[in-house]
Write a protein that binds this ligand. Structure first.
Ligand SMILES: C[S@@+](CC[C@H](N)C(=O)[O-])C[C@H]1O[C@@H](n2cnc3c(N)ncnc32)[C@H](O)[C@@H]1O
Length: 277
């Protein structure tokens, strides 16, 4: 009896995941099952549904509820200079050597939410006197609404809590209790849609930031992702991950562990590629 119940629930979950992927393009199957299933079943109960099958029927009948659901599944929390001390290292130790090896630095904030991370890098860049001829910062996310916000460059008081008054004055304009990024900082950033679990990865980035995005990804999805990032980095390029994250098996992928949140693709990789060519 228990087995039947378990397998009914299993089937219920798997069918739901499959249908949501077909309907919204969000592959819940790449997220850790235990947490995801718990969240889904609790949400289903809030909608008065006894099973995920019933929950799906409700979402399918109500596009607004479906959109709300999709947004809840991809948590968008962010802020400027999140973990502020971690942003000293890019400015002091990561960006300068990368800059010396290239004419124009390409930075990617993967899973950028409403853009705070991309604008944070832009602030550091401007402080290093880097204009758009020397750096471009791309922010990508799965959530179109967050991307629209990112393009606006408008931040709340809470988003600004790690931004010093000097930086606030230099990079933002106060606007009805909020802060709008000045044109000088906006011209360094651009935003576009990208699903880290499904889409192809662009190449040639010197710095990739992917922070607080993979927490719900399965180990398999994470491993695939970090391998893709490795390929997307230039030789000597650096991956910057979140405060609670680690890349298990980083060496097997080819990364050097630079310091707690920073992993580098060895510069010698270039030699290997040339030898093989
Ligand atoms: C918690 S926010 C992190 C924002 C920022 N990186 C930071 O650390 O402040 C996580 C973001 O990852 C995005 N995300 C989740 N799954 C994704 C996927 N498969 N592809 C791209 N972005 C995804 C969410 O939409 C959300 O905006």
């Amino acid at each position: 009896m228990r087995t039947t119940l378990a397998s009914d629930q299993d089937l219920d979950y798997r069918i739901f995941v499959k249908r949501i992927a077909e309907k919204t393009g969000v592959d819940l199957g790449c997220y850790k099952r235990k947490q995801m299933e718990r969240r889904l079943r609790s949400l289903a109960r809030q909608y008065g549904a006894d099973s995920l099958r019933e929950f799906y029927a409700r979402l399918e009948a109500d596009p607004e509820a479906l959109e709300q659901f999709r947004r809840r599944m991809t948590i968008n929390v962010s802020e400027l200079l999140r973990n502020p001390d971690k942003f000293d290292e890019p400015q002091k130790a990561i960006l300068p050597p990368l800059l010396s090896g290239t004419r124009r630095l390409r930075v990617w904030s993967a899973g950028c939410s409403y853009g705070a991370e991309a604008y944070s890098v832009a602030m550091l860049a401007l402080e290093m006197s880097l204009g758009k001829d020397r750096i471009s910062i791309l922010g990508t996310d799965i959530d179109q609404e967050m991307l629209a916000r990112a393009r606006e460059g408008l931040f709340s008081q809470i988003d600004m809590k790690n931004v010093s008054p000097t930086r606030r004055r230099r990079f933002f304009l106060a606007e009805e209790g909020r802060y709008r990024a000045r044109p000088e900082i906006r011209q360094l950033v651009s935003f576009r849609h990208h699903d880290l679990l499904r889409d192809d990865f662009a190449r040639g980035f010197h710095l990739i930031l992917c922070r607080n995005v993979v927490i719900y990804f399965t180990d398999e999805a994470k491993d695939r992702l970090y391998r893709e990032f490795f390929e997307s980095l230039t030789s000597g390029g650096v991956l910057f991950i979140g405060g609670t994250e680690r890349i298990f098996g980083a060496e097997a992928i080819g990364f050097e562990h630079l310091s707690v949140f920073f992993y580098r693709k060895p510069a010698s990789q270039r030699v290997g590629v040339m030898t093989n060519a």
